[in-house]
Every structure is written in structure tokens, then in C-alpha cells.
Design a protein around this ligand. Structure first.
Ligand code: 9MR
Length: 362
């Protein structure tokens, strides 16, 4: 968020009547996107694929119209939750499945939203043909290269930011050996992935993305030295992102601004890409008023961190409604992690985010 630039741009935009928020019928800061400073995108994951496949409802993005209405109204950035992951978009070695991700990209264009592409180099959610196949190193390298050229090329010009490398370090700051590309080809493959993505779409901002980087520590140190090394080698790295999957068990991330600032100091963009705040649910299953207040304060801590750092240009939550959250599926005693209830009624966290955005916009 560059404040001087915002002030400079505001007047001419108003004079031209060119406020996109007004064009979408939700001006005056009534929605998150309308409340936000102009150089900060407010995003949500788009529910579909992944854990949703085993739930007793049809694909949310495809079939839930009220859900799509809220998604269009509140956000000006969207992230396919699963629809651009390898297992989804590249289910067989010689077959790509672009339909569901194309639908999201079309929706985004129709609603004045940008798209965050997720993700190209990851240890998880890879198709069986890749996990179980036997390939020479040369074959594996060419599989990754052609996947990146095909997928990034398919969306060329339509993706604001790509999570090129996702979760490549473990908690000790070592390269994850579960990542078959890193295990087989060595960590140098990370630089290649960035180079290929940049060739395929020179305008997309290319990010490192991970969880567990909300507090300083060895994992953040590992990313900082990787970022320095990549930049020194003139690898097209443009950003560092904190996913920010938080639990109220562990306290609010009160040092996050400092972490983001270290990457801003390297000249990188920063982003919050998957924020949610889960809590231990009481026996009733319904959070207490106090829990909701605490949750709102965690959301605010993360937004404040982004607002405090000049180059933090994207703030995304990992779904906006508890109805479709991944949290209860993966953490059975925890839940209520998003900013809206199942019926899209707003929680205190929603209002806190909106108020904080409004205050920052002025
Ligand atoms: O929300 C996603 C869920 O639908 C999938 O089943 C799950 C499988 O790993 O992945 C979830 O999204 C993850 C994201 O892609 C990367 N960071 C952690 C997210 C939560 O697990």
C-alpha cells in the first residue's frame, strides 16, 4: 500500500467518475472490495474440487448462485481453491482439464476481479500418473516445464499473481523431500520454474507461498535467503506470500508486519493468500461472543500487517463462508474459521475487516 500514490490517484479518478466499485453498484465502502484502498486487492478462494468432492453438496462455485453473488459483490480477486492444481487441471499425462478453471477466470473478468493462480510446483495434490510413474530426471524436468508452459500460457495475461512454488520448505527450513521435483532434480528446479512461468506470462507476478511463515524463525530465514539468492541470479521472482492459516490456539501473528517488511526490503511484493482463523468449538458447535471477538482481532492483525507494508498488494481469505471451509474436514474439533456463517450472514470479523479497510482508504 503506497499511501502517497493513493492520494495522488484519487482525485483524477473521482473526477472521471472512474471508480470501479461504483460501476458494480456497491460504492461507499459497503463491501470489502469497495472499502479497500485502490492498490490492495481483496480476495477469496473459490470453493470447488479438493475436500468439497466428498461433501454432501454439489460443486459450490458451479451450483450455488447465492454463493457466487457474494463472491462477486465482496471481492476483487479470486483464487481457485483446487481447480488449477495439478491433479485437477492435468489429470492424465496427455490431457488437461481447463474447463472449471476457465469458468472462474471468465467469472473474474465479468466481475472486475483479478485471479491468483495456485499452484505450479507443490508436493501435494499431484495426479497419480505423476506420483506413481517412473521417469528419468530428463523426463521429469520436461514434464514440469511443459506443464508450466501449458497452464501459465493458457491463462497468459489473465493472472495477476501465480503461486509458482508452494510450501517448498519444511518446518526446519529444509527443502521438502516430498516434493518429487525437488527430490529428484534438486532445489535448482525452483529457479527454473520461475523462469519458465515468466516466459509463459511475462506480466504475471510470480510468488513464493507458504504457511508457518507468520512469525520469524528458520522457515522465514530460509525464504529470505532463497529470495536473495534468486534475485542475485536475476530469476524473475516478484513476491513472497504468507498463507496465514491461523488457529486461536497459537495466538495472533503480532510479528507478521516485520516478516513481510523483510521481503519488501528486498524489493518484492508481499501478499496474504489463504487467511482463515479456526477455533475450538464448544459442545454446542456455536462459537461464543468472546471467541468471535478474538477471531475478529486476529483477522485485523493480519490485515494491519499487510496495510503497514508498502508492497503488500493482495489480501486473500481462504473462503468466506463456513459452509464450504476446509477447516472442519481437516481439524475435526475446530471450525467457524471464516468471516461469514453458513447462510452468508456476517460475523464480527467481516465488519472489522471492512472498517479497517475503510479507515486505510481515507
Ligand atoms: O482448501 C483446499 C482443500 O479443498 C483441499 O482438499 C486441500 C488438500 O491439500 O487443500 C486445501 O488448500 C490448501 C492450499 O492449496 C495450500 N495451502 C493449504 C491449504 C489448506 O490445506
Amino acid at each position: 500500500m503506497r499511501k502517497a500514490l493513493v492520494a495522488f490517484l484519487t482525485l483524477p479518478l473521482l473526477a472521471l467518475g472512474a471508480q470501479p466499485a461504483v460501476a458494480h453498484g456497491h460504492g461507499h465502502g459497503k463491501t470489502l472490495r469497495a472499502a479497500a484502498p485502490r492498490d490492495l486487492r481483496i480476495g477469496s478462494a473459490v470453493a470447488g474440487g479438493g475436500h468439497h468432492v466428498d461433501q454432501p453438496y454439489p460443486d459450490p462455485f458451479t451450483y450455488d448462485r447465492p454463493y457466487r453473488k457474494v463472491l462477486a459483490r465482496e471481492f476483487n480477486s479470486v483464487s481457485p481453491e483446487n481447480q488449477m492444481k495439478w491433479e485437477f487441471i492435468h489429470p492424465e499425462r496427455n490431457r488437461y482439464n481447463f474447463g472449471p478453471a476457465d469458468a472462474i477466470v471468465r467469472f473474474a473478468r465479468a466481475n472486475g476481479q483479478v485471479v491468483r493462480g495456485h499452484t505450479l510446483l507443490w508436493h501435494s495434490q499431484n495426479p497419480a500418473w505423476l506420483n506413481e510413474g517412473t521417469f528419468t530426471k530428463a523426463e521429469l524436468r520436461s514434464i514440469l516445464k511443459s506443464h508450466i508452459f501449458t497452464v501459465v500460457g493458457h491463462y497468459r495475461g489473465q493472472i495477476q499473481q501465480w503461486d509458482v512454488a508452494n510450501e517448498i520448505f519444511n518446518e526446519n527450513g529444509e527443502y521438502r523431500q516430498e516434493n518429487i521435483f525437488i527430490a529428484e532434480l534438486g532445489p535448482g528446479i525452483v529457479a527454473d520454474a520461475f523462469r519458465w512461468a515468466h516466459q509463459a506470462d511475462p506480466k504475471a507476478q510470480l510468488f513464493l507461498n507458504d504457511y508457518g511463515v507468520e512469525w520469524p524463525g528458520v522457515k522465514v530465514d530460509a525464504y529470505e535467503s532463497l529470495a536473495k539468492q534468486l534475485l542475485a541470479q536475476r530469476v524473475p521472482l516478484h513476491g513472497f506470500a504468507s498463507q496465514a492459516h491461523l488457529s486461536m490456539r497459537y495466538g495472533a501473528p503480532d510479528q507478521l508486519a516485520g516478516v513481510l517488511q523483510r521481503f519488501d526490503d528486498l524489493g518484492l511484493h508481499t501478499a496474504i493468500t489463504e487467511l482463515d482463523v479456526r477455533m475450538d468449538l464448544p459442545a454446542s458447535g456455536v462459537p461464543t461472543a468472546e471467541q468471535l471477538t478474538t477471531q475478529a482481532s486476529y483477522y485485523k492483525t493480519v490485515l494491519d500487517a499487510c496495510l503497514a507494508v508498502d508492497g503488500c498488494n493482495s489480501f486473500t481469505i481462504w473462503g468466506f463462508t463456513d459452509k464450504y471451509s476446509w477447516v472442519p474436514v481437516f481439524f475435526p474439533s475446530e471450525g467457524a474459521a471464516t468471516i461469514m456463517w453458513d447462510d452468508f450472514a456476517k460475523k464480527p470479523a467481516y465488519y472489522t475487516l471492512r472498517d479497517t479497510l475503510r479507515a486505510a482508504r481515507r
